[in-house]
Design a binder for this molecule. Structure first.
Ligand code: EPU
Length: 439
């Protein structure tokens, strides 16, 4: 892991950033589309791909599975699964990258068996996999645990090949809405025998874009974007020259919008889809932010000119279209700068408020009630500090805090920011931020 750090000279509350920042393709869309190559008999091209660290980890997993990922140009990759070998996913990477759990569905559906370690917890929470295990059992698979690994074997008959067993289509009701469980079982259903019905599924826009692409290559999936998805199982998919264009990253868009609300004189956020961020726009406007919404851009201007009061707001994280847990940490930084008391309820992950102690060392007034609830009282002047970013989203929230604060901040563990945000310091410098990377 690289030990880079950011050195930031804060603006001390002044609104100075201006210009345009372009949004990249979504991390949480492209990782799933790459995994879906396991369902294909030919190759396909992916465009608008963000050049982030998580992409590199995924490419490492693919090389062990015999799937080639070839960079054509910046943001354009060809993925070719014609040499897929059905081997085990690299255990070390799998433990470090939670998204590796996505492989289980298509590998099991294609090869009739899959072995994987528990992907492990991380700083944002325990990250259980019970939905995956229960779902595989419902599709007729046998699940064994051996040497701290799960061994899952399909048991259904396979009319195409007497040897290899298939998953059986069935009804699965998810006890909680889960993004990766929804995507994993969509992929399992594509090659399963008969119809799979998934209920109480996640409805994120990345899932809709994923399903549209699979359908364009021969899958039969209906209901993406609603609570129930139905999949009619069939044969391997064929891209036959079709490309996947990665949808803009709504979390990156939201992160820059929050930064703009705090530090921008006049900032345009382009190449994005504002319709995927209605909740954040609504919340920021409620608190007094001046936001212009275009078809594919957002513009945020300094709202201090009319001495408008910037009011506190209450945030409850929720599955899409509710307030995204991935924007909770940046939003808390925002709330340290508004007038009054704001209440935060993090409902998705139990470890996702732990960073508030670090913000307190900068001068934030935050009271934690329990692992899920906190109150932020503002406005407070933040002072530059040295902070260790513990995960992608908190890492970027610390960058925002450093830019708002007075004085110099050092943000360590920039590796985490690099996992989800491409070349962030250069893009921030372009709009006037004083940030540099030290190796
Ligand atoms: N859950 C279970 N059992 C399971 C799976 C999930 O109880 O078997 C629970 C989780 O503990 C959590 C809830 O379900 O309380 C929702 O978690 P989900 O499964 O939706 O999370 P995920 O799919 O692992 C994705 C994103 C995360 C994002 C969450 C929530 C990817 C690769 N990751 O994770 O993104 O926070 O959805 O929206 O799509 C990030 O980008 O920084 C990030 C962490």
């Amino acid at each position: 892991m690289k030990k880079d750090k950011f050195i930031i000279q804060g603006l001390g509350g002044q609104k100075k950033l201006s210009g345009e920042i372009e949004i990249n393709g979504a991390k949480n869309a492209i990782l799933k589309v790459m995994v879906s190559s396991v369902l294909f008999e030919d190759s396909f091209l992916m465009t608008n791909v963000p050049e982030i660290e998580d992409l590199n980890r995924m490419i490492e997993i693919f090389s062990g599975l015999g799937i080639k990922v070839i960079k054509k140009s910046k943001g354009e990759y060809l993925i070719d699964s014609q040499g897929i070998n059905g081997k085990e996913i690299d255990e070390e990477i799998s433990k470090r990258l939670r998204a590796s759990i996505l492989f289980t569905g298509p590998m099991l559906a294609r090869f009739g068996k899959v072995t994987f370690p528990h992907p492990g917890g991380c700083v944002i929470g325990a990250r259980p996999i019970d939905l995956f295990i229960d779902g595989f059992k419902k599709m007729g698979a046998k699940v064994e645990v051996k040497d701290e690994k799960y061994l899952v074997t399909a048991e259904g008959p396979n009319p195409m090949d007497g040897q290899m067993k298939k998953l059986k289509g069935t009804n699965i009701f998810f006890k909680v809405q889960s993004v990766t469980a929804t995507e994993t079982f969509i992929m399992a259903g594509v090659l399963a025998e008969g119809k799979t019905v998934l209920k109480n599924v996640a409805m994120e826009p990345e899932i809709i874009s994923f399903v549209d692409f699979l359908n364009s290559c021969g899958a039969q999936i209906t209901g993406a974007g609603t609570p129930t998805i139905e999949i009619i199982g069939g044969n391997l998919l064929k891209a036959e020259g079709k490309n996947y264009k990665t949808v803009p990253d709504r979390i990156e868009t939201g992160s820059f919008l929050i930064l703009g609300a705090l530090c921008a004189k006049d900032l345009k956020i382009s190449h994005c889809q504002p319709k995927h961020l209605e909740i954040l726009i609504e919340m920021l406007r409620d608190s007094g932010a001046d936001i212009e919404v275009g078809e594919d851009y957002l513009r945020i201007r300094d709202n201090n000119k009319n001495n408008a009061e910037i009011k506190s707001i209450n945030i409850k994280t929720h599955e899409y279209p509710g307030f995204p847990t991935d924007l909770q940490a940046p939003m808390v930084v925002y709330l340290t700068q508004v007038t009054g008391e704001s209440f935060i309820f993090e409902t998705i992950f139990e470890g996702r408020l732990n960073y508030t102690d670090d913000l307190k060392t900068m001068g934030a007034n935050i009271k934690m009630w329990d692992a899920h609830r906190a109150t932020v009282t503002g406005p407070t002047l933040l002072k530059g500090r040295e902070l260790d970013g513990p995960d992608i989203r908190t890492g970027f929230a610390f960058v925002i805090a450093g830019l708002v604060a007075k004085g110099e901040s050092i943000i360590n563990n920039v590796y985490y920011v690099d996992r989800g945000y491409e070349n962030v310091e250069e893009r921030l410098r372009k709009i006037g931020a004083d940030i540099k990377r030290i190796n």
